[in-house]
Ligand binder design. Sequence first.
Ligand SMILES: NC(=O)c1ccc[n+]([C@@H]2O[C@H](COP(=O)([O-])OP(=O)(O)OC[C@H]3O[C@@H](n4cnc5c(N)ncnc54)[C@H](O)[C@@H]3O)[C@@H](O)[C@H]2O)c1
Length: 329
Amino acid sequence: MEALNGKHKWLVTGCAGFIGSHLIEYLLKNNQTVVGVDNLATGFQKNIDDVLSQVKNPDFEFLKVDISKKEIFEVLQGKEFDYILHQGALGSVPRSIKDPLNSHQSNVDGFIHLLEIAREKRVKKFVYASSSSVYGDHPDLPKFEDKIGSVLSPYAATKKINEVYAGVYAHNYNLNSIGLRYFNVFGKRQDPDGAYAAVIPKWIAAFLKDEAVFINGDGETSRDFCYIKNVIQANIKSAISETKGHEVLNIACQAQTSLNELKDLLLNFLKEKGHDSKSEIEYRDFRAGDVRHSLANIDKAKKLIGYKPTHLIKEGLAEAIDWYIENVK
Ligand SMILES: NC(=O)c1ccc[n+]([C@@H]2O[C@H](COP(=O)([O-])OP(=O)(O)OC[C@H]3O[C@@H](n4cnc5c(N)ncnc54)[C@H](O)[C@@H]3O)[C@@H](O)[C@H]2O)c1
């Protein structure tokens, strides 16, 4: 992606997380001024340290704060920003089904706090992480931004509410914003541990240990896996684009991979790296709240911000596989 013109002030929320840490890495490597906030709920100081170790003289300030609490306003008082990239939220559909209140607090209270900050600071663009889960039970494939169904989980509800609020702030306060509906992002620094780990790190960990790999359903469930570099490109292009009002964009590759295909891909990549896994594959019940198929149409993002995915799933895995092997336990 082309370098950024000039030096700007950025606020990145969720900066200790997977996607947020890649955003600060890109911005700091491109000589930008960055304030990052995170409460380390699911993110890690080590992600920030990893980024800072790669950048000479980073113009960066980390503030450990919970965005769902009013103290976020005090912490950011007197600071100015040109752009906000809002990633801070509690991810995972199953986590939200188990604990809807906490997801709501971080994802909805936190979100409106960030909208207020964007309004007060008069930022040029508020870019935020939405999710493909907003499509809910809508049957059409591929997914077009303007056709959504009923959401199927508290997590998806929080992301839908985000989009509603961003529209309301555009209408009432002229806040220009873009919501990025990410589809299954993967790459280095994606948390491989815990009950809510994403499928790619979870399976790689099991394959490396020759432990059973569980596939929810018949394995024909499919996803549009999106490598982190495509997501970074989408955020930066959204921020500097000239769009007005509120827009939502699908961010993925417009390419479908079933869980059975993903399993074979991972097994092949690991074999090439000298790990010939003996894991058993066990099929079990479909998981509550999961959608069956997920495939994006990305024409709107192409047209509006010039988004062009540079990495399909294989190219992304080829770049990230060594990191996964070294970091999954
Ligand atoms: N990774 C994906 O596949 C995917 C898909 C769709 C949407 N998203 C969205 O993208 C964003 C980033 O996700 P990620 O994969 O990097 O997850 P992540 O868990 O690695 O990062 C989220 C970060 O937000 C922080 N956070 C959570 N609640 C907070 C709070 N109340 N105050 C301050 N910080 C808080 C966490 O500590 C974490 O560092 C999230 O909004 C997520 O919902 C991710």
